[in-house]
Ligand binder design. Sequence first.
Ligand SMILES: Cc1cc2nc3c(=O)[nH]c(=O)nc-3n(C[C@H](O)[C@H](O)[C@H](O)COP(=O)(O)OP(=O)(O)OC[C@H]3O[C@@H](n4cnc5c(N)ncnc54)[C@H](O)[C@@H]3O)c2cc1C
Length: 446
Amino acid sequence: MLQFPVSNPTKSFWQTIENPAFANLLSTPTLPSETDILIVGSGYAGASTAYYLYQKGFNGSLIMLEARTLCSGASARNGGHLKPDLYMAHEAFSERYGEDFAVDIANFEYNHLAEFKKVVENENIDCDFVLTRACDVHLSKEVSDVAERNFRRSVNHPNAQYSSDLQINFGEASKVISKVENTSSCITYTAGHVWVYKFVAGLLNKCINKGMKVYANTPALDINKLPDGRYMVKTNKGSIVTKKLVLATNAYTPAIESKLKDKIVPFKGVCTRIISHTNKRTPHLTNTYGIRFAPGQFDYLINRPDGSVIVGGATRKVMTLSKFYDNIDDSTTIDDIDNYFDGYMNKMFYTWKGVPEKISHIWSGIMGFTNDQLPYVGEVPGDMNKFVIAGFHGHGMPRVLLSAKGPANSITGGYLEIPEPFKITEKRLSNTENLIISGLGLQSKL
Ligand SMILES: Cc1cc2nc3c(=O)[nH]c(=O)nc-3n(C[C@H](O)[C@H](O)[C@H](O)COP(=O)(O)OP(=O)(O)OC[C@H]3O[C@@H](n4cnc5c(N)ncnc54)[C@H](O)[C@@H]3O)c2cc1C
């Protein structure tokens, strides 16, 4: 069955500021019949691609289609955590791609911090962006040992640009730095947090001001290659022919690009916003968090300037695979974990002990997990002028922005500047392995 976005998604905390006129924008009453470039998808990937196209001097016609309201997918429903993975995937990626590529990926993610800050500041986008430090805490010896081993190998690689930024702490120091009593080690490094919906809306508005036309509630339903090499895209508002096509459609990509069937798999996640219902300031945590229970099993948390925290994860508590795997239904949360976040801050952080807390918002979103855990970016093999930027494996914040320079560069005649393993190739498309479940450490349970 073809899986398109559902029409009645849960509403995230981030979407509470949504402006209906912007969300439902139709730049013209009818869809144009032709364009130079068509981007499908108005999330972080689609908006960033459009942004870099204009940065590269593109001045042709650019149209964006969105199946639901503008930016209503994962980018409006995530944890807001801009946290590069600088070490935890080191051994796995080294084994698969070689150690130099593993470090290339970590450097690429690290460079997102500077690029994100640059775009926010250059474009003056008001999106609560805060540069801070991430703190990974480890609640079992097994995960602590795995983290330390990966940490040592990654920071000691001569190409690592982030070595001096990473610090490992043990024992009492790790408890005091993290405010987590049960941890035996913690690793800290530069990271950020951000109101992603505001960031993406900011980019979309910049592009609209430069001439991009946008059509909300207009799903791309089918794509056909014409004899002259252009693409005809069928929508609920008629068809449009484009010279170049960019699919920034995340988990839903296989519905309109069969080559990515079983390569990108929809994966449902749940996030919450926790507040303290007293008049006093909450005990502000200065770090953001990765809270690791076992290899592949973790929660993530950011602190917000308004005293609230956003927490997500809990997949390890879901008892039925179909409740999250290959599931595109973000109109509900996941009942197995609805109570998981009750009293979370009191249980986890000793500085929150006794502070009254409650969940103000809970919502779900759909990630695009991939069979080999890496995004698919670039020109689709065998389909000239059709590009994809999708499948960020639930970890898009430190991967999408610079990846979007790839298609933007290729379209305007430049080089695809992304890590080699991110590139969409024949070899990757013919790979039948699926590392999604094993990567979560859940095989024995499900
Ligand atoms: C609950 C949750 C928590 C997360 N937390 C984090 C985090 O803290 N840090 C992090 O790095 N990453 C996180 N992620 C992942 C991150 O949000 C994504 O990697 C990122 O937002 C992907 O951006 P995107 O533009 O590719 O996808 P989306 O934002 O999903 O955008 C794709 C858009 O395409 C549209 N679309 C799809 N099909 C069609 C079609 N046929 N026609 C027209 N439009 C279509 C969709 O409606 C959607 O708006 C989280 C994701 C979720 C769901």
